[in-house]
Design a protein around this ligand. Structure first.
Ligand code: ZN
Length: 139
């Protein structure tokens, strides 16, 4: 498996309305996209810094993963996402073969048209890890 860069860092927030101005006014980044991902019960806001994005995640359902995360741990870093050059499926298969526990056995659709798959934090030293590929990039 070949990872090319950190695609994004996912940060759980209670309110995009509060969080977006912090990133824009305090850190000077520009929010270029707000998108609801119904599948994951979140509303996301994206900022770009170099090749990497910051993905803010606001829960749209207390029973969703972000809703539960915030209830248990409060706001904070939720996951790190690596871009894989080999494609998500191949990378997931490779890791499963090496004994890594997967949340997703097959890629699914994430925000921004990416194909994504999550690894289980119990297998990744406590860091929820996401692999992504952009199907629109040359493969
Ligand atoms: Zn993500």
């Amino acid at each position: 498996m070949k990872l090319s860069h950190i695609e994004h860092i996912g940060i759980a927030v209670k309110s995009l309305e509060t969080a977006i101005p912090f990133y824009e006014e305090m850190l000077g980044l520009k929010c270029y996209s707000v998108e609801e991902v119904a599948d994951q019960k979140v509303k996301t806001a994206f900022f770009k810094i170099g090749q990497t994005k910051i993905e803010l995640l606001e829960s749209t359902d207390p029973e969703g993963a972000i809703g539960k995360f915030i209830e248990n741990k409060g706001e904070g870093i939720h996951h790190i996402a690596f871009s894989t050059e080999d494609g998500v499926q191949k990378s997931l298969d490779e890791l499963a073969e090496k004994g890594i526990r997967l949340i997703d056995k097959a890629p699914r659709n994430g925000a921004e048209g990416l194909r994504i798959g999550f690894l289980h934090p119990k297998s990744t030293l406590g860091v929820l890890t996401e692999l992504c590929e952009n199907p629109n990039e040359n493969k």
